[in-house]
Design a protein around this ligand. Structure first.
Ligand code: AMP
Length: 400
């Protein structure tokens, strides 16, 4: 898929609106704990600054539901961008109000304005046309570099693109890179191609799984979602997370895998716990022997060994979803071992954002992955084969 590129815009000395994804995690003191998303936007911002543009940056943070919230103000983001760019960044008190409008109008070449949290405006998540228009009036060009929110039809992501013609809107470098990476991964992966799919539920990843099956050679299931498959295979999984309404779907996935010749792996042992708690009593059991009332919260060492063995010859790995409840140390070992193995492999390794991105960072192997997506939900929708609403208006041509 080819997108209108920022490189094709005639930007010199113009005013550019860049939709970024600065939705970064904060600790209890308001410090940014992971600024990857901000750093990922710098290429586009610097490109505009190098062309003497005046730059308006806009992002959402969290879910303020259309109300101002001091905790979700972009003040920490403003400071971090200033540090990273070593330039002054003005922060507007509002989004399309008096302050932002005045600051935007008076913005000079090479100056940067950051609007307040877009979701302080009720219309943002409703894709309100008035808000899209008001945002579009601030600049001559629109650039979307917010991959992490491009699966949302929001005013600053989708609606706004309708107010710019083809010569005045484009995808930024980050958005292009993400779309291109997933495009190549799904269309022309180097084989063997394996998908490691984990996380809590089958329901969240079912469509992605079904879309991936014709494209991959092997699938490795972990996390809570494994138990719906194991139950469907006739195992007694105790109190493990199971979606009973999806047992038939799970069977369908396994049938499809068989029909397509895809090797489908499920955990052969698990770390079972008595309760869903960090200090719960736990023990290693085979998948056949989960005690009544206990729940599987991680894959066990035999599964890790099996998965490693089967991943040995793989040339491309896509990983989306942890292998266990990695937030609790006792149940993080399976995810951590798989993360190290994947990081050490010579395969192209793609991490699908969200929890899995946090996980590889926590384990300290983020630098060793080939590509970590900045969008969990957005990357999942790409894997489901969908066209993202924020990207749709920026497409020049679909891949043949
Ligand atoms: P998802 O958002 O679907 O990718 O799921 C991520 C969440 O799945 C993480 O917060 C994990 O704690 C959770 N998870 C992983 N394995 C299990 C499990 N065996 N039982 C319950 N939750 C799990």
């Amino acid at each position: 898929m080819k997108l209108y590129s920022i490189k094709d815009l005639d930007l010199a000395s113009k005013r550019v609106f860049i939709r970024c994804d600065f939705n970064v995690p904060l600790d209890e003191y308001g410090n940014i704990t992971d600024d990857r998303r901000i750093r990922a936007a710098l290429a586009t911002i610097n490109y505009c600054l190098d062309q003497d543009c005046s730059v308006i940056l806009a992002s959402h943070m969290g879910r303020p539901n259309g109300e101002f919230s001091e905790k979700l103000s972009l003040v920490p983001v403003q400071r971090r961008i200033q540090q990273l760019l070593k330039r002054d960044v003005k922060l507007a008190k509002d989004i399309v109000g008096e302050d932002a409008t005045a600051l935007a109008q008076n913005l000079k070449e090479g100056e940067i304005l950051l609007l307040e949290n877009l979701r302080f405006e009720k219309g943002e998540t409703k894709n309100d046309e008035k808000l899209s228009k008001a945002l579009s009036m601030m600049a001559e060009f629109y650039v979307n570099d917010a991959f992490g929110v491009s699966h949302r039809a929001h005013a600053s992501v989708e609606g706004i693109t309708r107010f710019f013609d083809e010569e005045h809107k484009a995808a930024g470098f980050l958005l292009q890179k993400e779309i291109q990476f997933f495009g190549v991964l799904l269309k022309r992966p180097v084989r063997p191609f394996a998908a490691i799919i984990g996380g809590s539920k089958v329901s969240g990843k079912l469509e992605a799984l079904i879309n991936l099956l014709p494209k991959v050679d092997k699938v490795f299931i972990g996390g809570g979602m494994a138990f719906t498959f194991l139950k469907q295979m006739g195992y007694d999984v105790g109190n493990s997370l199971v979606e009973d309404d999806l047992l038939q779907e799970a069977q369908h996935v396994m049938n499809e895998a068989r029909r397509l010749g895809v090797k489908f792996y499920l955990p052969i042992d698990v770390v079972a716990a008595q309760t869903f708690a960090a200090d719960s009593v736990s023990k290693l059991v085979t998948s056949q022997e989960i005690p009544q009332g206990w729940m599987g919260l991680d894959i066990g060492p035999a599964t890790v060994r099996l998965y490693r063995e089967a991943l040995n010859d793989v040339q491309t790995v896509l990983w989306n979803g942890p292998m266990g409840v990695f937030e609790m140390e006792r149940f993080a070992r399976g995810s951590s071992k798989i993360a190290h193995f994947v990081a050490d492999s010579y395969a192209t390794t793609v991490v699908g954002g969200g929890d899995t991105a946090d996980l590889v960072k926590r384990v300290g192997v983020d630098e060793e992955m080939s590509f970590i997506s900045t969008g969990g939900g957005a990357s999942l929708e790409l894997l489901e084969g969908k066209v993202l609403p924020g990207v749709e208006q920026l497409i020049i041509e679909e891949d043949s």
